[in-house]
Design a protein around this ligand. Structure first.
Ligand SMILES: CC(C)(COP(=O)(O)OP(=O)(O)OC[C@H]1O[C@@H](n2cnc3c(N)ncnc32)[C@H](O)[C@@H]1OP(=O)(O)O)[C@@H](O)C(=O)NCCC(=O)NCCS
Length: 235
């Protein structure tokens, strides 16, 4: 049983050789992946697409050691849920997130995973920040979730939003209605940890969460359905 994840900053000059390998993936994409790539017009979206597919293949190779990254490709269910398929018939759970310049991918052979990156916006005035906070609080959170006694910061809301999105991806509840129904008040801290570990339990779901900051503006959460108390993701 394995959960693997990886993040990459596409604007990091130290990643030049990795970016060259990623560019070479273009010729190895499946027909469906090529069709999906061709729908992306912005150079940043193209770079995100290729990087996430390249990382997904590398994670698959790590999880199933007798396979090569070139054995794997990504398929999408009708609702957009991605998974990894090998030409030998293998299948892995997969989750993808991109917020340029960051990309993140998680994969598992044993349980659903969800990964999400988001960014605290640049505000030009306190009024703009207040209006953004109001909009995301209203659209993304149920009214009882947010404590009106506290003045939520953009950072606080974005970090909670990535938790929601990661849980949504791991539990197949994506879309605004599904996201709003995920009650972040049920998130409990497990123990102080460098990347901050939490659990979210609701109904049949027992989700573990790792939360971390990628840089001063970008926040990431990895969620996985906890089937075994010893499950520990590695990167
Ligand atoms: C569709 C959704 C997964 C998009 O998430 P996002 O945070 O906008 O974008 P991310 O980069 O984190 O995730 C995109 C990836 O999600 C994956 N995804 C799409 N549908 C999915 C599903 N049903 N289940 C799991 N993953 C899914 C895809 O792999 C996609 O990457 P790809 O296009 O390169 O394949 C979903 O969470 C959603 O509906 N978000 C709504 C966001 C919204 O309305 N925000 C308003 C602000 S309040």
């Amino acid at each position: 049983m394995a959960i693997e994840y990886s993040t990459l900053c596409l604007s990091d000059p130290a990643q030049a050789s990795t970016l060259a390998s990623i560019e070479a993936l273009r010729t190895q994409l499946s027909a469906d992946e090529r069709d999906e790539l061709n729908k992306r017009k912005r150079s940043e979206a193209i770079a995100e697409y290729l990087a996430t597919r390249w990382i997904a293949r590398k994670l698959a190779e790590k999880i199933v050691p007798d396979t090569a990254s070139s054995d794997w490709h990504i398929v999408k269910a009708a609702d957009g849920l991605p998974s990894l398929k090998s030409r030998h018939g293998g299948c892995l759970y997969l989750s993808i997130s991109h917020k340029y310049p960051w990309v993140a991918v998680a994969a598992s052979d044993s349980q659903p995973v969800g990964i999400d990156i988001d960014k605290v916006p640049e505000f030009t005035s306190p009024a703009q920040e207040r209006s953004w906070l109001q909009a995301i609080a209203t659209a993304g959170f149920a009214s009882q979730e947010l404590d009106s006694k506290h003045d939520h910061t953009a950072f606080d809301l974005i970090s909670r939003w990535t938790q929601k999105e990661a849980i949504a991806k791991a539990t197949s509840q994506v879309g605004l209605a599904g996201l709003r129904s995920i009650d972040t008040r049920l998130i409990e801290s497990v123990e102080p940890h460098e990347r901050k570990q939490f659990v979210w339990r609701n109904g049949n779901h027992n989700i573990s969460l790792w939360c971390g900051q990628l840089d001063p503006k970008h926040f990431m959460t990895l969620a996985w359905e906890a089937t075994n108390c010893n499950d520990t993701p590695s990167s």
